[in-house]
Write a protein of this length. Structure first.
Length: 270
């Protein structure tokens, strides 16, 4: 058997299928797309991050946690430096039957959930069943999360490795603060408007306009949490000429107004 200290991070997580595994760190584990045999609960403090799966990119804002089902391929990309990444890995067999555990989701971290995560701050790596109080604590955390986490963050950007579409998506991300019209982008990349529209629908299952809209709203979320820009400045920096249009679009996608999104996330992160 390989000594534990010589195992890689993923090997350590998977080494004992029945243990819970705790890993809090200020240093990002730079992992490629991967999966593991346990559910993963991750809370990122002091920065912005994206969860990438094979199909989508999920923005992970402040005061939210991500639930990643066992065996789901993913990796987490940090957009800024962070103060702490808190990871709790939970074996599947200790949790009750609940559809919640089989779906990836990003949820607001209530005071109760946050306090329970922070309580494990000084725990490290494997917790075996014989450590009854700690083991039961993690089991309880997993059970409570499924009971109170009802509304996942709905803002998701689909991703693709399609060689024709990937450079167009990159162009949108780099020019999201500028006018982005289907006909102009299509012409720039040698498509007709109709063929580019069909490519978006067939590959990503959303329209060109919807993709631009999602990209702009996620950019605005980053700016709301990481800058001191006014709501109007963020609206214009995100490609909107009207504050009302920006606010309404943000609300339609995130179910919260931009000013409330900033206020709520900043107040409860203090």
């Amino acid at each position: 058997m390989i000594p534990t200290k010589e195992l890689g991070f993923l090997q350590k997580v998977n080494q004992y299928p029945k243990t819970t595994y705790i890993y809090h760190t200020k240093i990002e584990e730079r992992l490629d797309m991967h999966s593991h045999n346990k559910h993963q609960l991750t809370y990122v403090e002091g920065g912005a991050a994206f969860l990438k799966t094979n199909d989508n990119s999920y923005f992970l804002p402040a005061r939210h946690y991500v639930w990643i089902p066992a065996e789901m391929e993913h990796f987490i990309e940090l957009k800024t430096s962070v103060s702490m990444i808190r990871n709790i890995y939970i074996p599947t067999h200790i949790l009750p039957n609940n559809e919640f555990y089989s779906k990836m989701g990003i949820y607001p971290a209530s005071n109760l959930i946050l306090e329970m995560i922070l309580y494990t701050e000084n725990w490290s790596e494997n917790i075996f069943e014989k450590e009854k109080s700690k083991y039961q604590y993690i089991k309880t955390l997993g059970t409570i999360i499924a009971e109170i986490s009802k509304n996942p963050l709905p803002v998701v950007i689909p991703t693709t490795t399609n060689v024709r579409l990937s450079p167009i998506l990159k162009h949108i991300h780099f020019h999201v603060d500028q006018p982005l019209l289907l006909k102009d982008v299509a012409k720039l990349f040698g498509f007709s408007s109709r063929s580019l529209s069909r490519l978006f629908r067939d590959t990503l299952d959303i329209s060109f306009l919807q993709y631009v809209k999602l990209t702009r709203i996620i950019l605005s979320m980053e700016k709301l949490l990481q800058t001191e820009l006014s709501i109007s400045e963020i609206a214009y920096a995100s490609g909107y000429n009207s504050l009302a249009t920006f606010s309404n679009t943000f609300y339609n996608l995130a179910k919260i107004r931009p000013v409330d999104f900033r206020k709520t996330n900043r107040e409860i992160s203090k």
